[in-house]
Design a protein around this ligand. Structure first.
Ligand code: GLA
Length: 756
């Protein structure tokens, strides 16, 4: 049992391996939030609640004449609305008579083995015997709105998911103006906020600062989870670092606009609320109707940020990602986008595939430009039919030639969009969002299809499922290249227009669900102008997402670092691209580009016909290296060894869960003369074991070929002098010291194997 209910004290205790979560129903049936944090025994929990007549705090009617009970000061499990709690709230509801207000009281609970279902939305799932669901029901006396607070407890994994089901149990329609998934009160403690902001081609940049008394809002109002702010953040104590301190994670499984508000109130209590972004949201909840919110994945770590990240990485691997590629190794791919952009035909693609096959690449991915009149990004979206001027005879003959080389084949689509210059738009201009009387905003010269419409989805399903049925396609890159604006659906009445953005997301999930269920062997990769929809919602359908349109390895270090706080490397689409890099113009050795891309799904995005023989040889060995290290990279524990940007190098590491091997990665971003010693302490090893270093510096030295550097100055001759065997405790507590490492962005990978 991961939770208990003590009838006498009316106390709910949720227990995970390392955390406790307590709630209590008081004599007025107000559901108090008592505690969430490090595991405790609940005896004496009463001391955590502070009742006091705090000046001018409002008191609910039934507590009269007691002035110590105020909804504005009690830590609560869910918020009220309009009745005297002035902190940030999770619900806004309007009654049929126009009054608005919600004041919930405990009405009962139920529980069952397994995870609650969440119709129409991606959600975490139970692999069998792992999860237990607790549903606490709250009701309002006046507004006929019932709220089910759904907790799914994955005790062994230290994860709790939360969502809410709102039910209209009265007469008439209730209008929800805000219907969040979570309220969490942390009455004590002072916290730092660590969140992940960004922009196109620079996603998930970590930013950390202490919370103040100004309300923090993290949100995307773009209809997608966005480049600008990720629906994942952390609260941690001021002293917390990778290995020490308390940290709470909050991750919304949702790919549309979202909002989190964090308030430190007048009494220094912290409240977090999170859910679907509400500025452009409302929902008509009809009699008997239910509204299911997306899930928030909560986790708590008493041992710092790394532990918290591992909790999320393992959970996403095991309880969010599904399908064949949850466990199977994904093919090393080559994508033609940066190699050709729109300038290709079938012959060129086959030539790229031929060259790539010789290098050991396993899949050819044809990116944008193969359909309709798509010769630039101004036309063609919506016309999911082969452009036979480019691909003579259609897709099939080209795919057959590629398959004959022993490669798998993948293809790019952007189904949610339409160009005005397309047959689809000429036929169905009303399928795109546009407000009455206004010309819609273009972005990349494209408009957004109303995915909430069944006819739109039926068209897309027909085109895409036929394509998958008629062609041996192994992989789909599902792109989405603009934010949502001009939200107006022609199939919704005036008073339901506020539902448009969420219905779009539900429609997207519906289509993804149909296609991924019908074609379970196809590997889907999400994408949105790079990493503009990099979230756990998309991961439920596609186990990997293109991380960023910035393929510059040195910039990628930071994007991968920021993304790693919440997401495992197996989800991060990462490719080696050409040098100089197309986004930054930077030159970077191909070895370094590969070391960085290996901390992701790994593939190439260049024209292999233009490579030097040296680069081709490097690629052959890179692919072998990646396959060799695949398990430890994709399934091991990931450690951030440097705080990004704080020194002249970046280091990160993987350790097998049984500590049998480790892979240390290092990129020197700004080499120093007269170098400060570069000493790195490894993590996740067995301190009592002996490890042998399998270290091959040849790749690095080859990448220095153009530099006139004496190769023995690299690594200070350590190759001869240093022992090859190290104790785990030496590597973890003493560290491994590197010699002088020179050149432009040199990178090293060092593989330690347990030998005794
Ligand atoms: C987006 C993607 C790129 C590429 C282009 C094609 O920008 O992120 O990888 O597919 O679209 O138009």
């Amino acid at each position: 049992m991961s939770f208990t209910y003590d009838q006498t004290q009316k106390l709910f205790t949720i227990e995970t391996k390392n955390s406790s979560y307590l709630m209590q129903v008081d004599k007025y049936r107000i559901l108090h939030h008592i505690y969430y944090g490090r595991k405790i025994k609940s005896d004496g929990y009463e001391n955590l609640i502070f009742f006091y007549d705090r000046s001018c705090a409002g008191n609910p009617d039934e507590v009269y004449p007691d002035r110590t009970i105020s909804l504005n000061t009690i830590p609560q499990e869910f918020t009220t609305f309009g009745v005297g709690d002035f902190r940030v709230h999770s619900i806004e509801v309007t009654n049929p008579d126009g009054s608005f207000g919600a004041d919930f009281r405990y009405a009962g609970y139920k529980s069952f083995e397994g995870a609650a279902e969440l119709p129409g939305l991606p959600h975490a799932y139970d692999n069998g015997g792992e999860a237990e669901t607790l549903i606490i029901t709250l009701k309002d006396k006046v507004t006929p709105l019932t709220v089910d607070l759904v907790f799914v407890i994955y005790a062994e994994k230290d994860m709790i998911t939360r969502h809410v089901v709102y039910r209209n149990e009265g007469k008439g329609t209730l209008k929800l103006g805000r219907a969040f998934s979570l309220c969490l009160d942390l009455p004590y403690g002072k916290w730092d906020l660590l969140h992940f902001h960004g922009k196109h081609a620079k996603e998930r940049q970590p930013e950390r600062r202490p919370l103040s008394h100004a309300i923090e809002t993290l949100e995307s109002g773009r209809g997608t989870s966005s480049h600008q702010e990720n629906p994942f953040f952390i609260l941690c104590d001021h002293a917390a670092n990778e290995d020490y301190g308390e940290a709470y994670g909050f991750m919304l499984i949702y790919s549309g606009g979202f909002k989190a508000e964090i308030e430190v109130d007048q009494f220094d209590s912290t409240r977090v609320v999170m859910g679907i972004q509400d500025d452009l949201f409302s929902w008509n909840l009809e009699e008997g109707g239910e509204f299911h919110t997306p899930e928030v994945i909560l986790s708590y770590s008493k041992d710092g940020l790394t532990r918290l990240s591992h909790n999320y990485h393992d959970f996403i691997h095991e309880n969010v990602i599904r399908g064949r590629y949850k466990t199977e190794r994904k093919p090393v791919l080559i994508n033609n986008w940066e190699g050709t952009y729109f300038d290709f035909d079938d012959q060129k693609i086959v030539e790229i595939a031929e060259e790539a096959a010789k290098l050991g690449v396993e899949m050819m991915v044809l990116d944008d430009g193969w359909f309709g009149e798509r010769n630039s990004d101004n036309a063609g979206l919506g016309d999911w039919f082969v452009n036979e001027k480019k691909l003579k005879g259609g897709l099939k003959p080209m795919i057959d030639r590629i398959k004959a080389l022993g490669l798998k084949f993948g293809i790019w689509i952007e189904p949610e969009m339409v160009n005005e210059d397309s047959d689809l738009y000429r036929k169905h201009p009303d399928w795109a969002f546009a407000m009455p009387g206004r010309k819609p905003t273009r972005c990349r010269n494209q408009l957004v299809l109303d995915m909430g419409r069944e006819d739109v989805r039926a068209y897309l399903y027909e085109c895409l499922s036929n394509m998958l049925r008629e062609n041996p396609i192994d992989y789909i890159k599902w792109d989405m290249n603009r934010s949502l604006s001009d939200l107006y659906s022609r199939v919704l009445p005036a008073d339901r227009q506020g539902e448009t953005a969420h219905r779009y997301v539900l429609g997207l999930y519906d289509l993804m669900d149909k296609l991924t269920s019908e074609f379970p062997d196809v590997l889907f990769e999400g994408c949105s102008g790079g990493g503009g929809r990099f979230d756990a919602g998309i991961m439920y359908y596609s186990p990997q997402i293109w991380l960023s349109d910035d393929t510059d390895a040195i910039q990628r270090l930071q994007i991968q670092y920021g993304s790693s706080f919440g997401y495992p490397v197996s989800t991060m689409g990462a490719h080696v691209s050409a040098s100089p890099n197309h986004q930054t113009g930077r030159h970077c050795p191909i070895h370094t580009r590969a070391v960085v891309a290996m901390s992701g799904t790994f593939g190439y995005e260049l024209d292999p016909r233009k490579l030097s023989e040296n680069d081709k040889a490097m690629i052959r060995s890179q692919i072998e290296t990646f396959k060799k290290y695949y398990d430890v990279i994709q399934r091991g524990d990931y450690y951030r060894l440097t705080e990004f940007g704080k020194t002249y190098y970046e280091a990160w590491q993987y350790a097998a869960k049984d500590a049998s091997e480790a892979l240390l990665n290092l990129v020197v971003t700004n080499p120093e003369p007269n170098q400060t010693p570069l000493n790195i302490r490894l993590k996740g090893l067995d301190p009592d074991a002996i490890y042998e270093l399998e270290y091959d510096a040849r790749e690095y030295l080859k990448s220095l070929d153009d530099l006139e550097i004496n190769e023995f100055s690299v690594d200070s001759g350590k190759k001869e002098a240093a022992p090859k065997r190290y104790s785990g405790s030496m590597l973890m507590y003493g560290g491994f010291t590197f010699g002088w490492i020179a050149g432009d962005y040199p990178a090293l990978q060092m593989h330690f194997v347990k030998v005794g």
